[in-house]
Design a protein around this ligand. Structure first.
Ligand SMILES: [Zn+2]
Length: 276
């Protein structure tokens, strides 16, 4: 036992004191390396080749295309607001005061089978444009309830607008404001590339509408499903389109799901929204 008492401090002293064995001159001398000699295929551990892993999306990235938010039916909600001032218009000598609706806080989108509904092709095309251009689609007008439809554009030609049944949308593309024809071409391309459409000429062949009963000077384009209007920067200015850019309006003509034409009706516009 006595021997252990002597040996243990001696060992500790020896281990801890090694650094002090070097002279000051030796400590100042730069460390000297020694070459390791081995063959290139000699190794102690074998390393696996790294595999490139796709980064998993964060939960908040699910609804994005690149850096852009995906377009959903939320982007199509009515722009009305009780904060908008009353408007006075004169039609055929009669003066009327218009009030805006309470906006999306006060009423729903059009209801179809108890669910809020926007025709899916409008959402799909908007997302396709974002995906192809990497630029933001700004929907200036999606659904308009009847009150906001009259408030935003009281003209006679707007009385049966498909905005009221969720079958029409106006938009421009940020960064392509001065090139709306490129956006129209993208929409046409969508039909020739998409597997659901590309074998059906009723969708891939676009025609021009050349009657003079529209409110645009550029003849619209149409296929079986949609009707495309291009508003120049001095056309189609209404309360929802007070920006200085040309814009595009898409109207749904045909519902592929129900295989029927999409037509405005008073019932669909007025009775298909729930009010809060
Ligand atoms: Zn509204």
């Amino acid at each position: 036992m006595k021997r252990l008492f002597f040996t243990l401090p001696l060992l500790l002293f020896t281990c801890c004191g090694d650094a002090d064995h070097f002279s000051t001159a030796e400590k100042k001398r730069p460390p000297k390396g020694e070459y390791l000699y081995r063959l290139s295929n000699e190794h102690t551990f074998s390393l696996q080749s790294p595999i490139v892993q796709q980064r998993r999306q964060y939960p908040w990235e699910d609804g994005t295309i690149g850096h852009l938010s995906k377009i959903t039916k939320e982007h199509f909600r009515c722009n009305g607001s009780r904060l908008n001032p009353e408007r006075t218009i004169t039609n055929d000598g009669q003066t009327t005061t218009l009030y805006d609706c309470g906006g999306s806080e006060r009423h729903s989108l059009p209801m179809v089978e108890d669910k809020e509904h926007i025709y899916p092709i409008l959402i799909d095309l908007a997302n396709y444009i974002q995906q192809e251009t990497k630029k933001k689609v700004v929907i200036t007008c999606g659904h308009r309830c009847p009150e906001h439809n009259t408030y935003a554009d009281p003209s006679k030609t707007n009385r049966y607008s498909k905005h009221m049944i969720g079958a029409e949308a106006s938009f421009y593309v940020q960064g392509l404001e001065s090139d709306p024809h490129a956006v129209v071409q993208l929409i046409i391309d969508y039909y020739s590339k998409h597997p659901d459409y590309k074998y059906d000429t009723a969708y891939t062949n676009f025609q021009r509408y050349d009657k003079d009963d529209t409110n645009v000077t550029t003849p619209p384009w149409y296929n079986k499903e949609i009707f495309i209007k291009l508003f120049k920067n001095d056309e189609g200015r209404d309360f929802d389109n007070r920006h200085p850019f040309p814009y595009i309006s898409l109207q749904v003509r045909y519902d592929r799901e129900t295989q029927s034409r999409v037509i405005y009706s008073w019932d669909k516009a007025h009775r298909n929204i729930t009010r809060r």
